[in-house]
Design a protein around this ligand. Structure first.
Ligand SMILES: Nc1ncnc2c1ncn2[C@@H]1O[C@H](COP(=O)(O)OP(=O)(O)O)[C@@H](O)[C@H]1O
Ligand SMILES: [Mg+2]
Length: 321
């Protein structure tokens, strides 16, 4: 039996707006083993960031966790006091955002970000000790010590993202959540950063949740995949299994949007239609308005998850019900 680091059960997150509830994440359940890399993939607006932020209880208002549980090492962090959460963030779970400039203070030197983080969590550490630790962590992500007194704007985009990753691993958390960490970077830098994230698992036995809209990244870099559509998990499997045996019509469509080097004369398709308005998602299956295999019950009944293989689930009436 693999040991579970994280277990999310029936998590529901709404944004409470004047116009009504935006149902950003609904009944989300998945788990993550130690040293596992999980890809969370879906189109823009499918609820990926909301879910990621919910996992560290940082969904901005008017967002609110409505129900469910988030078990980290068997403890439900939804019962934690805010002070316990502050202690947990960075130390047990770290978050890497798409835009490093959101998290880096432009008027603070690179090294000072580390010193502050280390000393906030452990005031007994001296500045010199913290600085030495910063140099070590930075070198582990490929940044040399002479950069420690640079300001964020003096670094390239790729280097800034490396600094963010270094900050994320400084306190040796068990889990890193990276939300579109390479979307703003060019392809070569992107590959390097993704390789760096993967290496953290091997070197430090960390688990990683990689959030992206890019299915090809997930298939290449992740052990397991959760496909989200309109706030719901629609399919989950190992990356290999999802690639070879996609069951949900949405996943099948997503796969056709990926360029495939093995096929020379292929047509890349865009998925027709748009994702639903999350204030008023359709009844039944949320994908039915775009589904080419829609049946009557898809429009009427909400769809449970069906087992479509070993550790493979699919939210679609083609496979049961
Ligand atoms: N502050 C907010 N207020 C209201 N709705 C929001 C807010 N932030 C996000 N949403 C909505 O929640 C849904 C999920 O958004 P998000 O989690 O950002 O998706 P993704 O990261 O997959 O693009 C979208 O419909 C989005 O419009
Ligand atoms: Mg997002």
């Amino acid at each position: 039996m693999t040991s579970q680091l994280l277990s999310v059960e029936d998590l529901t997150v709404y944004y409470k707006t004047r116009l009504g509830d935006v149902r950003a994440v609904e009944d989300m359940s998945f788990s993550l083993a130690n040293s596992e890399i999980l890809g969370l993939v879906g189109e823009s607006g499918s609820g990926k960031s909301t879910l990621g932020l919910a996992l560290i209880r940082l969904v901005p208002p008017p967002g609110r966790i409505i129900s469910g549980s988030i078990l980290l090492k068997n403890k439900n962090i939804l019962n934690y006091y805010e002070e316990e959460m502050r202690n947990l963030r960075g130390r047990q779970v770290s978050f890497v955002f798409q835009d490093p400039m959101m998290s880096l203070n432009p008027v603070k030197k690179v090294g000072d970000h580390f010193i502050e983080l280390i000393r906030t969590h452990n005031p007994a550490v001296t500045k010199d000790e913290a600085r030495a630790r910063a140099e070590k962590v930075l070198s582990s992500v490929g940044i040399t010590s002479e950069r420690i007194d640079d300001y964020p704007h003096q670094l390239s985009g790729g280097m800034r993202q490396r600094v963010m990753i270094a900050l994320a691993i400084t306190l040796s958390p068990s889990l890193i959540i990276a939300d579109e960490p390479t979307t703003a970077l060019d392809v070569i830098v992107q590959a390097k950063i993704l390789g760096l994230l993967q290496s953290l698992r091997d070197r430090f036995k960390m688990s990683l949740i990689l959030i992206t809209h890019d299915l090809s990244i997930v298939l290449e870099r992740c052990d397991r995949v959760v496909v989200m559509y309109a706030g719901q998990l629609v399919e989950s499997a190992t990356a290999v299994d999802l690639h070879d045996h996609p069951f949900h019509p949405y996943t099948q469509k997503l796969l056709t949007t990926i360029p495939n080097i093995e096929l020379t004369d292929q047509r890349l398709e865009a998925i027709a239609g748009n994702p639903p308005d999350m204030l008023h998602p359709p009844n039944g299956c949320r994908f039915w308005p775009r589904c080419t295999q829609v049946m009557n019950k898809c429009r009427e009944k909400s769809v449970p998850l069906f087992e479509t293989g070993k550790n493979h689930v699919t939210r679609c009436f083609l496979y049961g019900g």
